[in-house]
Every structure is written in structure tokens, then in C-alpha cells.
Design a protein around this ligand. Structure first.
Ligand SMILES: *Cc1c(COP(=O)(O)O)cnc(C)c1O
Length: 470
């Protein structure tokens, strides 16, 4: 492809992109293909000769698109969102065009300095204290791994990094039974052993019980173990439960334990001052992660990681072979702030999104999502055929269909599994499920960039209609 062809096809692609976003509701939200449908249509071998744009694009539309689940549809109420937005897409296109690899200051000074400033903006926007520094990671899973690694190294005076795990004793980590699976994954891969992850019981709101946390820590200390880190979740993935940060922080401070806050989704809600109660106690935290790539209209991937003591982070990760040495002083080299060496220029899209929306624009959208959620909660509460299964502090409703007269747990679980299956196979909406205390729970998440009241209304009508027909 030469420059002229690139210009021509790029215009075509951009037109397609604009059409797509405008008409995304015409596609089934959840891809309706069966396993292997796509791979069967793909040639076994790579083409020997180059193919032209028209042919590749036609295959994109005919083969690939049917196998796409449309996360940018306003009828997407599944998982947590992975939002995009017009300004984010524009910035991503520019990032791709520059193709800069932003591992250190010298490899693109603007990328480093923009990241530093934008993360200060975001820190202030979500009400974190000024003594936090930020860096962009690919995902919250990575942020959490970085946090627990830093905790591990601090705990052992950086000796595991230098001489391995020998005779360092057992390092224990604490989270609630509702915590995201990425915590267990991190504990496994950083060599602490998943049996040394303590899953603390939760209360009736699915939030960590700080008393149980303290008892478990005491018992571990009595058994000669080394409590190393606690992970508190602000907005669990199952039901957006909010762990009591202040009480957990007090326990951490008493026993001198590292505290990481996982606010992957809910961090965005902190842009609204009325939600800052969720991080009451943040002064006890060492690190916090939140994902602009979930609810903050910045396309995947972009996870914000904040740390109070970046020197501890850099000391954990820094490594300096001759070929990476540079002369620039007094600047950040973000390759030392995480796992990867090579880094994308993600700050550009975050900067663009924040500038395009403005803080007020972001607040308005988030507030609207939360209000639409509250209204729907009201309707569910009034309905005699449905019941709420968890508190709804933000934008995620956990509910089930429970027609009067049916009380058997297994029967209700089956009915709701059926309901969800039937809903999703219409292609008109997409929702997912979890289990809370063994109860099959439908999750209805209102946070898509372009979701409007009418989308929520239609989804609720559809739920009632299909439930009735079961
Ligand atoms: C989504 C989620 C994660 C994982 O996020 P990734 O960025 O996909 O790694 C972690 N914790 C919570 C609470 C989440 O909701």
C-alpha cells in the first residue's frame, strides 16, 4: 500500500467507523456465532501474494464482524463496560500513526511528560491526595501485580529480587471472598502461593468484614507468618460492593501492612464528589488502581495506577542494561514503573478524552448513568415478580426473576439462567450473570458511553416480556 492508497482507504475506513457507531444497534449485541464458525472460514495458510484492500475489507465485514460482540452498543449491559468514545478513537488513531514506543523519556519526551501531567489531573479529579503519583498500565490485573510485587519487596527488604524466595518465610495476602480473580492470579505468579491468600468473609452487603480481617491477621502472626498486603475493593465485580476502607486501613496501619485499593470500575464514580465517601480512609492506602478503559470512555487498554511511594515501585522494577542508559536526568522513565519495557502512548487518548468532555462533561454522564440505575432499581423494587439481590451503590443492578409461589433455590436458578439465555439470544440486549450466596444473579450494568433512557426502558420491557413467557 502506498501513501495515496493509504489516504484513500483511510477515508473509507473512517466513514465506516462513523457509520458503525451511528448504527451499532442494528447488530446483535452479543455475537450469535457458534464455536469454530469463524475459524472454518479462514484459509489454512497465509497468502503468498499480497491481497488488496477491497478484498480484505469485504472479509472483515463478512467473516469477522458477525463474530464480534458489540461492546459499544447502547444495549450492552453485560460485565462492566469497556467504553470507547469519539475523542478516544481519534487519539488512538494518532497514537497508532505515530507508532511511538514510549519506554523512556528520551524515546518520546512528550509521551512521558503528558502521562505525568494527565495522571496528576486524574488523581485530582478522583479526589486522591496529592502525595500519590500515577502511571498508566495496560490493565488493573497488571496494576495489582505491580502493587503486590512492591509489597513483597518492601516486606523482605528487596531481598527476594536479589536472592530469590529462599527462607523468607510465608508471606500472606488478604482480600474478601468477593474480590476479583486478578488478585489470586497475582499472588500465584509472584510466587507467594495461592494458599497464602486469605479470603476474608463478607457482610450482608458483600463487603469485607474488617473484624474477620484482623482476626485472620492475628492468627497468621501467631503462626509465624508474615502478613504482607491487604487488597480492598471499591466496587466488586459481582455486585459493586464497597469494602470499608477506613476500618481496613486502620487494621493495616496497626500491623504495618501494605494496602492496595482495587477500584477498577468504581474509580470513575469518584469523579463525582458525592461518591468520595467510598474512599474515606484513602490516607491508609499505598496504591490504588482504576480503569479509564471501563467506565471513563477511554478505549481499551488504559488502567491508571496510583502509588504513594514511586521510589519503592521503581526499586522493585528498575534494571539498567547498557543499551537502555540515557543521559536525561530528573525525568520519569516509565519502563521502570511496571512489568513491560515497551509502552504504548496511552496518555494521548486519556488527555484527549478529559479535554473533550471536560471534568463537568464526565461528571454529567456518570451522574446520568447512576440516576438511570436508581430509577430502574425503583421499578424492580415495585415489581412483585422480581427481586434485588444486592445493594446498588453505583451502576450495577443484581436481580432475579422470582414469580410468587416459586421458592426453591435450584428451580429459581434454572429459571433465571433460562431467562438470561433467552434475553441474550434476541440480540437486542446483552447481560451477564454472577452467583451471590449460591443464587443465580442477573447483572444489569448501565454505563455504556451512548446508553440512553430509552435503551434501559426497552431492556426492562424485554426482561418482563420474556420472563412472563417462560
Ligand atoms: C474488571 C476488574 C478487574 C480487572 O480489570 P482488567 O483491567 O481487565 O485487568 C479487577 N478488579 C475489578 C474490581 C474489576 O472490576
Amino acid at each position: 500500500m502506498d501513501h495515496d492508497e493509504f489516504r484513500k482507504y483511510a477515508h473509507k475506513v473512517v466513514d465506516w467507523m462513523a457509520d458503525y457507531l451511528e448504527t451499532v444497534e442494528k447488530y446483535p449485541v452479543k455475537s450469535q456465532v457458534k464455536p469454530k464458525d469463524i475459524i472454518k472460514k479462514l484459509p489454512l495458510n497465509a497468502p503468498i501474494k499480497g491481497e488488496n484492500f477491497e478484498k480484505i475489507f469485504a472479509d472483515f465485514e463478512e467473516i469477522i464482524l458477525p463474530g464480534i460482540t458489540h461492546w459499544q452498543s447502547p444495549n450492552f449491559f453485560a460485565y462492566f463496560p469497556a467504553n470507547s468514545s469519539h475523542p478516544s478513537i481519534l487519539a488512538e488513531m494518532l497514537m497508532t500513526t505515530l507508532g511511538a514506543q514510549c519506554m523512556s523519556w528520551v524515546t518520546s519526551p512528550a509521551a512521558t511528560e503528558l502521562e505525568e501531567r494527565v495522571m496528576e489531573w486524574l488523581r485530582d479529579m478522583i479526589g486522591l491526595p496529592k502525595n500519590f503519583s500515577g502511571v498508566i498500565q495496560d490493565t488493573a490485573s497488571t496494576s495489582t501485580t505491580c502493587s503486590l510485587l512492591t509489597a513483597r519487596e518492601q516486606m523482605t527488604n528487596y531481598e527476594i529480587n536479589s536472592s530469590g524466595m529462599n527462607d523468607k518465610g510465608i508471606l500472606t495476602v488478604y482480600c474478601s471472598s468477593e474480590t476479583h480473580s486478578s488478585i489470586e492470579k497475582a499472588v500465584k505468579i509472584i510466587g507467594l502461593g495461592k494458599k497464602n491468600l486469605r479470603k476474608i468473609t463478607v457482610d450482608e452487603k458483600y463487603a469485607m468484614d474488617p473484624k474477620a480481617l484482623e482476626e485472620t491477621i492475628e492468627s497468621d502472626i501467631n503462626n509465624n507468618m508474615n502478613p504482607t498486603a491487604v487488597v480492598a475493593t471499591i466496587g466488586t465485580t459481582g455486585s459493586t460492593a464497597i469494602d470499608p476502607l477506613k476500618q481496613i486501613g486502620e487494621v493495616c496501619s496497626k500491623y504495618n501492612i501494605w494496602l492496595h485499593v482495587d477500584a477498577a470500575l468504581a474509580g470513575t464514580a469518584l469523579i463525582l464528589p458525592e461518591n468520595r465517601w467510598m474512599i474515606d480512609g484513602i490516607e491508609y492506602a499505598d496504591t490504588l488502581t482504576m480503569n479509564p478503559h471501563k467506565w471513563m470512555f477511554t478505549n481499551f487498554d488504559c488502567s491508571a495506577y496510583f502509588i504513594k511511594d514511586p521510589e519503592a515501585l521503581v526499586r522493585t522494577f528498575e534494571i539498567l542494561p547498557e543499551y537502555l542508559k540515557t543521559k536525561a536526568e530528573g525525568v520519569n522513565n516509565y519502563r521502570d514503573w511496571g512489568l513491560q519495557l515497551g509502552r504504548r502512548f496511552r496518555a494521548l487518548k486519556l488527555w484527549w478524552v478529559i479535554r473533550d468532555f471536560g471534568v463537568e462533561g464526565l461528571q454529567k454522564k456518570i451522574r446520568k448513568h447512576i440516576q438511570m440505575t436508581k430509577d430502574l432499581v425503583g421499578e424492580i423494587r415495585e415489581s412483585s415478580n422480581f427481586e434485588l439481590l444486592a445493594p446498588v451503590p453505583l451502576n450495577t443492578i443484581c436481580f432475579r426473576y422470582k414469580p410468587p409461589g416459586i421458592n426453591d433455590l435450584e428451580e429459581l436458578n434454572l429459571i433465571n439462567e433460562n431467562l438470561l439465555e433467552n434475553l441474550n439470544s434476541t440480540g437486542k440486549v446483552y447481560m451477564t450473570h454472577t452467583k451471590l450466596n449460591g443464587v443465580y444473579t442477573i447483572r444489569f450494568v448501565i454505563g455504556q458511553t451512548s446508553v440512553e433512557q430509552k435503551n434501559v426502558n426497552n431492556a426492562w420491557l424485554l426482561i418482563k416480556e420474556i420472563a412472563k413467557s417462560l
